[in-house]
Design a protein. Structure first.
Length: 391
């Protein structure tokens, strides 16, 4: 009997020490049913009722707190949106006043140029995104916006082009000048035969060496299958003829900064020498050509309406339209146009105002974003209840 009472007492003590673990009560009740008294059962029922009431009250308070938080978030979102909209409206007013002041200071016709300049600045800032990273990119927005003066058309015909435009044309009229999703090859060197000045050789031997070297070089370019080759230097006549026969278009004497910009947009790099070109495997063509980086490339010529115009008043531009899926917001070009007698001087003034306006608009955009974020952070810290307030 003593052993049975001892076992029952142990089970009772184990039960009473575990009363507060309500989740285990069915198992404990089954194991200790012989040792329970009526007072234990009443105490267990009371404890379970208190626990149920506490859980119900906690759930109700949680639902009320959640509803208040959602209502506060909706009110806060509306307030933040209104604050950001007001800041943007004030920034646009400041920008408009600055541009009007610059137009008057340069002595331009405000009725003609003011709304044109404001429109071009807004289009640029709505599209361009400065991809500043640890290794590349610049905070100066003018690195991503190029301004080109076109001596043709009226001021209201000035436009924004989503891509890069440069004053170049293909090397020969028999080459294609319009492409859809072209593959580009960038060469930061000249395509010509180089011989050592300290060595002497027969003229016929030199001609044979040059012809063979050029054939190998153009054959390597053709194996990469580019549609358009951009060369920073010059190209010999033999290479030009071979490229025409291979139906590959060529652009000569591309400026270094244009070459670097195209390399950035195509995620490639200009080959520094023909030796590196010859050492490339054939499978690297897709990487070097920047496939699908530009949706189109075309050439357009602008000239004055006067048929007796001189060649210096004619401008030929090559347009590289960025692909919206890859680099659509990485480069833009503004074409400002005028056909007035003093158009060159007028266009230079408009270009200065645009450079000033784009920089000012970008800084205002950054300030609006910063102030909106600070307002949101301050409101979140002041309005949202703490854990102590909720309890």
């Amino acid at each position: 009997g003593g052993g049975g009472c001892g076992a029952g007492g142990d089970r009772t003590r184990r039960f009473r020490t575990s009363l507060f673990n309500i989740a285990d009560y069915p198992r404990l009740l089954k194991r200790t049913s012989l040792a329970l008294t009526s007072s234990d059962v009443e105490g267990l029922a009371e404890l379970l009722q208190r626990h149920s009431d506490r859980e119900k009250d906690t759930w109700q308070r949680g639902q009320a707190t959640r509803a208040e938080a959602e209502e506060s978030d909706e009110e806060g979102s509306g307030a933040l949106w209104a604050c950001a909209e007001q800041l943007d409206h004030e920034a646009q007013a400041v920008l408009h006043a600055l541009l009007r002041q610059q137009v008057e200071r340069e002595g331009l016709d405000a009725d003609v140029w003011e709304h044109v300049i404001v429109r071009l600045v807004r289009q640029s800032l709505a599209t361009i995104h400065c991809p500043v990273t640890e290794f590349e990119g610049h905070m100066a927005v003018l690195e991503y916006v190029k301004i080109v003066c076109v001596p043709n058309g009226q001021p209201h015909q000035s436009s924004y082009f989503p891509g890069l435009a440069m004053a170049k044309n293909v090397a020969n009229k028999h080459m294609r000048s319009s492409f859809q999703r072209p593959r580009l090859l960038l060469l930061g060197c000249a395509l010509e035969f180089h011989r050592e000045k300290s060595q002497f050789a027969l003229f016929d031997s030199l001609q044979q060496q040059e012809a063979e070297y050029t054939r190998i070089l153009v054959g390597k370019i053709a194996s990469l299958q580019p549609d358009l080759v951009l060369v920073e230097g010059s190209v010999c006549r033999a290479a030009l003829d071979l490229l025409i026969a291979a139906r590959i278009s060529l652009v000569l004497n591309v400026k270094r900064h244009h070459m670097e910009r195209i390399a950035f947009l195509t995620n490639s790099y200009p080959l520094p020498s023909t030796a590196e070109l010859l050492s490339l495997p054939a499978s690297s063509g897709a990487m070097l050509s920047g496939e699908y980086s530009f949706s189109s490339v075309h050439v357009d010529t602008f000239q004055s309406g006067d048929t007796r115009v001189l060649d210096e008043h004619r401008k030929t531009l090559m347009f590289f339209r960025c692909d919206e899926r890859t680099n659509g917001n990485a480069q833009g070009t503004i074409l400002i146009r005028s056909n007035r007698p003093d158009k060159q001087q007028e266009l230079r003034k408009v270009k200065r105002i645009l450079q000033y306006g784009i920089t000012a608009a970008y800084h205002l955009k950054c300030e609006v974003a910063y102030l909106s974020a600070q307002h949101a952070l301050h409101r979140r810290q002041c309005v949202r209840p703490t854990e102590d307030d909720r309890l």
